[in-house]
Design a binder for this molecule. Sequence first.
Ligand code: GRF
Length: 187
Amino acid sequence: MKKIVILFSGEGSNLLNLIKTIHQKECIIAAAITNRPNAGGIEKAKTYDIPVEVIDHTLYGSREAFDAELVRTINSHSPDLVVMAGFMRILSPIFFTLKTKAINIHPSLLPLFKGANAIGQSFESSEKAGGVSIHWVTEELDSGSVIAQESFEKADDETLESFTDKIHAVEYKLLPQTIIKVLSSNK
Ligand code: GRF
């Protein structure tokens, strides 16, 4: 079965969803790697015996030094695909020495609302729809070609909370689907 490595920085609800939906069914999650020692996703991964690697970015003197360790750690699991699910790091060119391609999930309809506050900006905007994009990771933040996208209409009485819940609901469906599609197209 093909192997993936998941990168995360926060709660890990997408990580948990991938463990429950595709792990040991469509692929193997070889490792979950985080840059934050207190990331909520760590316990979620450990609960399902997914190997967890913590690379605390605050201990590295430069972005390049951190990325070099990240690349070494990812390559040590020799995955077929790297999946960024809430990995909140700006990547240096060192990251792109990685042998494996990477995809990222972003909570907006790219190219709209790139960056770390996409859900808030999308909710506040006059756009009639919200949505989720999955794209290839390139050196320019949130700018790689889009692999999959799904939108939903904003309700008249939409709140930031209900909007965020709709974003996650789309994410939990679209990300496993897209990983399966990408892995099956990887020769
Ligand atoms: C997700 O909304 C993802 O699109 C964004 O960061 C969030 C991570 O959430 N990049 P979680 O850690 O998977 O709960």
